[in-house]
Design a protein around this ligand. Sequence first.
Ligand code: FAD
Length: 543
Amino acid sequence: MNTNSEHQCDVLVIGSGAAGLSLALRVAPHGKVIVLSKGPRNEGSTYYAQGGIAAVFDEEDSVESHIEDTLIAGAGICEKDAVSFITKNAKECVQWLIDGGVPFDLDENDKSEHPRHHLTREGGHSHRRILHAADATGMAMQTNLQDNVNNHPNIHFLERYNALDLITEDRIGGDAKKVVGAYIWNRNQEHVESVRAKFVVLATGGASKVYQYTSNPDVSSGDGIAMAWRSGCRVANLEFNQFHPTCLFHPEARNFLLTEALRGEGAYLKRPDGSRFMPDFDQRGELAPRDIVARAIDYEMKRLGADCMYLDISHKPADFIEKHFPTINMRLLDLGIDMTKEPIPIVPAAHYTCGGVMVNQQGQTDLANLYAVGEVTYTGLHGANRLASNSLLECVVYAWSAAKDIIANFDEVKLPPALPYWDESQVTNSDEEVILQHNWHELRLFMWDYMGIVRTDKRLERALRRIQLLQQETHEYYSHFRVSNNLLELRNLLQVAELMVRCAMTRKESRGLHYTLDYPEQLENSGPTILEPEKFRTSNPLF
Ligand SMILES: Cc1cc2nc3c(=O)[nH]c(=O)nc-3n(C[C@H](O)[C@H](O)[C@H](O)COP(=O)(O)OP(=O)(O)OC[C@H]3O[C@@H](n4cnc5c(N)ncnc54)[C@H](O)[C@@H]3O)c2cc1C
């Protein structure tokens, strides 16, 4: 038994991105909230979002058109009710952000007393409907939400704490399908504590760190998906990983993203010889959805044996580029690339996890009192591919709907009694961290090679075999040694990698982001891939 401290609150929010902070602010007037962040509190995908957030604000645009664009991008398997729910509530939820002080850009051509917001257009959208704060929308949102959270007396922040596993009521003699708290690892003091709560919310973001190349920050290791699965929640559509087509290819910049808005504003994709290639693949050219663009780049790179392709906006006036893309321009200038004069080298990189923990429209998971919001979830919005700028929107709409449901049940759900302490009596300090480092690298590399943009049955089988081997080693390690960040993340990434590969193996067709050479055609009838934990308990001894 070790040092044990227990926290208690009404709502435990695991994750401090757009989803977690929005939900925390919505429920805070009703009770005590604890927000957990694994790293520094602003570190998550939200902070790095560049392009913006989609919502119908223009009179010439319509919710129907937003629905249609989302359904087209989703390649026929979006849940129509979810798409309609999110797009219909988009304007009100984005207005909540505006009212809270998020400084979205205004339209400088509108000289009226209350100027409209400037709306930009991105690939797959048939109208200008993206609100943005120059090219650093996520930073503006994260900073503003964080300021509001910091000023709220009911919200307590636990920074540099990893949620390790959920605690279900059977641990205190109750229902295995009811969540009563979580074990959390205090990274500063390196010991495990617990939180008991009436409601627990997973807002842990995506799992793109499972891939060698990713636009995501280090915290995107799929922890929420793995924790929910281990506790008995269903997951869905994890074969659909979006690869952002245009990440900077530069040895000194780790996958710096070049926003979709560059192509929206007229940038061309070019081969090393300067010729355009997108018109050969899709009549929408550079504005085709991301999966088509990423595959076209992958195809051209493989065909030509090139290390990268190029994104070129230098035909636009320099002052236009500097004004619309100030952050990107500055970063590139630091690296010696002048985007106003020359093309930018790019490669695709893992960017967004379309699937995740299954939730209903109130953000409820399969377990009582456990909610999930944001990129960690499968809501049905994205189908087989995410439409650009719909994900920040999904975060704020589901934060609103889940918060509403939590508030409605606030008095009915009681704070659970004291929880059992974390037992560390059987473990010692790790003797060989090198195993973890090695397994980390191995996992990310073979996921890139075998479960990447183009798949085959053989590649998936290879990936699964390797995952199972690494799971075995990591499981042994987990049983014998004290936890560390590397160990916790590796354990979760292996779990999510397994779920991704199993989803991919189940889908015998190519659709949206899932492309396999063995089944290149799209089936006439298809739906989401749903995995149920009960079905795997017997087949996987490590579960
Ligand atoms: C470079 C980039 C650009 C993007 N651009 C756009 C865009 O323009 N428009 C758009 O709509 N979407 C964009 N996206 C996607 C979008 O940013 C994300 O989908 C969204 O921000 C996810 O928000 P979230 O709150 O769900 O998770 P995140 O913002 O990723 O936050 C996750 C939080 O969970 C915490 N966490 C994770 N695991 C644990 C754990 N075990 N214990 C405790 N805390 C944990 C992290 O510390 C973090 O605080 C972009 C993504 C990237 C990476």
